[in-house]
Design a protein around this ligand. Structure first.
Ligand code: NG6
Ligand code: CA
Length: 535
């Protein structure tokens, strides 16, 4: 069914055609312009191409290392992500800072380790803005260099100063931390308010039907997933039993705003449309687009066009939907003649989870697919699958295809892109690894602190050290090993990517070294467990 949906992968058979087109235009232009004007224009273009390419960060939500066919998935085909991965640098050691969304997005946009900010945890929809309006951000840095900047998609970094009135202009938000344009959902698809916010204003809101939101108590007379299961079309497994919107029970309570509520099955199309429209109207560039996709986060609600396509239930279908959207965005860049002048980064905010609170067949229909690939753990985990994610840089004609094992983190985009556009920012955590991102060097980071629900671990070289943490080894609801142990854990990831052999006892020197490095970042009180003394 719907073969046209899959018949849209970007491919080299399409791209050269466009290149010829551009060349044709260039010939016509150069023969009709005065020499002086032409040389001036080409000088301008050369500067903008070399130093100020457009930058597009495509950021998926809960997409796992093993969810992309270019990363080894065999049960699902992601042709558009593959085209980027196989045509650019495909990093095998690319990390989000964290195993959940809010802290990873904080790291990506500020270039600061999220554990430095005690509030950088999964936020409710009513949380105040987490990023300080004075703080350096990736879009602010680019804006200073003449970029037009936009965020389209999932925000989840808080809005306002607390006690937000959703019926007035909401500020501060993305527009106050560096984005010229923002079209977002406040938090997550499973959290209220379930509305789009257009530059601070709830889109399509009828003032006669004001929105009220609370994470503490329900509004009188409003049904909930807990009390009114007969009104739900998707069943909750854990959490997610507050207000019901479009038959889906959510986290948090909401009343009013009927005309503003999104249709869940349209979210991917809607954000894609906004992203494409913005690109087309800013094609003179340079521009920075942060395209924060919602897939395959819960509740998974692929559009009817994708339902059943993966054979894996809504989670697989949502991945195919996201892949299609990525193809459409790339096509737009191509059609506008922008692809050769656009650096694209593709990644995910944290690792995969199957049951994240709804019954949606993700587990039952998984078959042989392994969302984590060869990695251990998953979303919420200090094991690798929590933070090691698909990570690709693509720039047609500028980045040569390769696979890189260099250690890279999303937090490094700030310092690296600063270097790309010819400036330097005073960053402590974000490292300039531009040459690595461009595929010209394999000297990535030496070390990286990884975070999962406020617990941290150290990656250094090929080694990973997880200090002892209290708490369950497995998060029962989601059935994921999250990395807690009473013992130190030490893994050689080069030889044991699946983290099966704890080498702490047999490598006391290595462990000691790593603990020293770790404590220079995290101090001695990094764990609530009684600190184990190393003998
Ligand atoms: C958890 C939610 C989960 C998801 C997550 C945030 C429950 C029981 N679980 O608290 O469903 O929304 O938060 O995901 O409510 S993230 O990708 O945005 O970090
Ligand atoms: Ca996420």
């Amino acid at each position: 069914m719907n073969m046209w949906v899959l018949a849209s992968p970007i491919s080299d058979s399409i791209w050269p055609l466009k290149t010829n087109n551009i060349q044709m235009k260039a010939i016509v232009l150069s023969t009709t312009c005065l020499v002086a004007i032409a040389s001036c224009a080409s000088a301008k273009r050369a500067t903008s191409e070399v130093n100020h390419p457009n930058i597009v960060v495509i950021y998926l939500d809960d997409l796992g290392y093993g969810d992309v066919s270019a990363y080894g998935a065999t049960e699902i085909k992601t042709p558009n992500m593959d085209a980027l991965a196989n045509g650019g640098v495909r990093f095998t050691n690319g990390y989000a800072t964290s195993a959940t969304c809010t802290p990873s997005r904080y790291g990506l946009l500020t270039g600061v380790y999220p554990w430095r900010n005690k509030d950088a945890k999964i936020l409710p929809g009513t949380a105040p803005l987490l990023i300080g309006t004075e703080q350096l951000t990736l879009p602010k840095m680019l804006k200073k260099q003449g970029y037009q900047t936009a965020v389209v998609g999932k925000w989840h970094l808080g809005l306002g100063t607390g006690d937000t009135d959703w019926n007035k202009k909401i500020s501060p938000g993305p527009n106050q931390v560096g984005f010229d344009y923002s079209y977002i959902m406040a938090a997550t698809q499973d959290r209220v308010p379930t509305v789009y916010i257009d530059n601070g204003n709830v889109d399509n809101l009828d003032p006669k039907d004001p929105i009220k939101v609370s994470y503490e108590r329900n509004f009188e007379g409003e049904p909930t997933g807990k009390d009114n299961p007969e009104l739900t079309t998707m069943k909750w497994h854990h959490g997610h039993n507050n207000s019901i919107v479009n038959g889906i029970p959510r986290i948090g309570f909401m009343k009013g705003g009927q005309s503003a509520k999104w249709r869940d099955v349209d979210i991917a199309d809607h954000f894609l449309d906004k992203a494409k429209t913005w690109v087309k109207s800013h094609k003179d560039g340079p521009f920075f687009l942060y395209y924060a996709m919602n897939e395959p986060h819960v509740p998974r609600t692929p559009n009817q066009r994708f339902v059943g396509l993966s054979g894996m239930g809504p989670r697989g279908d949502a991945i195919l939907e996201a892949d299609w959207c990525i193809g459409e965005l790339i096509k737009t860049l191509n059609d506008e003649g922008l692809l050769e002048n656009t650096l694209i980064v593709l990644s995910s905010d944290n690792g995969p989870v199957l049951d994240d609170g709804y019954y949606d067949d993700a587990l039952e229909k998984l078959g042989k697919h392994k969302p984590t690939g060869p990695l251990r753990g998953g979303k919420y985990s200090l094991f690798e699958a929590g933070t090691r994610v698909p990570f690709v840089t693509y720039w047609k004609g500028k980045i040569k295809p390769k696979v890189s094992d260099a250690l890279v983190c999303q937090m490094d985009l700030l310092a690296s892109f600063a270097s790309l556009v010819g400036t330097k920012e005073n960053t402590t955590d974000s490292q300039d690894i531009l040459a690595v991102l461009m595929g010209k060097s394999d000297q990535g980071r030496e070390s990286l602190i990884l975070e999962a629900s406020s617990r941290t671990a150290l990656r250094e070289g090929n080694w990973l050290m997880i200090p002892p943490y209290k708490g369950p080894a497995i998060a029962v609801d989601v059935n994921i090993e999250i990395g807690n142990s009473k013992e130190f854990q030490l893994y050689n990831l080069k030889e044991d990517i699946g983290q099966r052999q704890n080498l702490a006892a047999t490598n006391p020197e290595k462990l000691k070294d790593m603990l020293n490095t770790f404590e220079t970042f995290r101090g001695k009180n990094y764990s609530k467990i009684e600190q184990l003394e190393l003998k």
